[in-house]
Ligand binder design. Sequence first.
Ligand SMILES: *Cc1c(COP(=O)(O)O)cnc(C)c1O
Length: 461
Amino acid sequence: MLTDKNNGSSITADIQFLDASYHLHPFTNTGALNKKGARVITKGEGVYIWDSEGNKILDAMAGLWCVNMGYGRQELTDAATQQMTELPFYNTFFQTTHAPVAELAKEIASVTPGDLNHIFFANSGSEAIDTIIRMVRQYWAIKGKPYKSILISRENAYHGSTVGGTSLGGMSGMHKQGAPLLPNIERIRQPYWYGEAGDMSEEEFGIACAAALEEKILAVGPDNVAAFVGEPIQGAGGVIVPPANYWSEIQKICTKYDVLLAADEVICGFGRTGSWFGSETLGITPDIMSMAKGLSSGYLPIAAVAVGNRIANAFIEHDDDFNHGFTYSGHPVSAAVAIANIKLMKQENIVEYVANDIGPYLQKKLRDMLTDHPLVGHIEGVGLIAGIALVKNKETKELFPSDLDVGLICRDHCFDNGLIMRAVGSRMVLSPPLVISHAEVDELCEKARLCFDLTLKSVSE
Ligand SMILES: *Cc1c(COP(=O)(O)O)cnc(C)c1O
């Protein structure tokens, strides 16, 4: 039954039945989903996916911010097949290594900025973040300052969903569940200019948000603060691009109080903003950074932490084990796919394409086609990442009541009309595959316009 390709709807019902019976979904109201049935995705090619009913959908979220080189890349499949045949697994704990992990470390170092040339491997962004938490604390312990253990992050930041990631992130909906959180984590306000700046100019607001870091450091004592952690551009929080002066101010404050600066590059890394890493686009010089998603274009799970000389040398010179790692740290098959992915990105000059061609094209087209829409309060974004604020009143920025869930209404219209855009509260977010063409960007923007019209109609009824 499940393989009967001629009867789409029966396949849909069968898989939905199994899914509802046995599968607990992440970040999902399971009871509600089970009643309506999950959409069954069956294949992908380029920037499109298909569902089991035969609908072709433009995936403007690149899966979950990750399928950067698009679906169906034979080079990545071949790399996996070959490595799987040769050596499907070996660990890197027993003073052992293998070619894929060593070569991938070098490939990553070839694209990271500055001296971030030492690479620690994990399997997910959350694990990379947990690694950063443990590594920066251990760094200060090695330096004789074990009390320097507080990490500072931002409200509405997303750093993953392990206990460490949840605690470090600033998602209130996550903090309410599975508490208590980790101790020694502090948060400051997010640099969300459109939503939270009041009458301040972008520049004034950038200074004010960075000043919040200095105030927090002074409040808890500079000698107690290990690191500040932030996404160059907040992704899951709604795609929030900070004011242009924000990160340089943050950097100055970290230097002033000898606080390490960690960039969470899980979304911004690997070309998304038109540089290999968001840190380059936003003018950040981090001491350490996490990466995942785009590292393998999502084809297999893999993540990494790139460590600069300051931290790496402390560990290298300290004559002791670092008691941290994962069975699948540097998994050979995932590593082989990531190598092939980075090589493909280089061959196709994809970062330049995002920086100089398709990124500016998408940003302009979105603004040209959507700025005057009655629902659109503000559009922000860089390269191939964008966030669109939906508002009830463009002049006053008044939002729709949250129980109306305008974002979900819009997301559903998008899905029904062949476009995947994600809703984060009342913000719509976009991060299409980096290989998207001009014609596909045109299609994306036309569909978005149509779906905003349908959303307006729904909320007016
Ligand atoms: C997705 C994400 C994570 C978590 O990655 P997982 O692979 O889902 O664990 C961490 N940080 C940022 C910025 C992310 O977008």
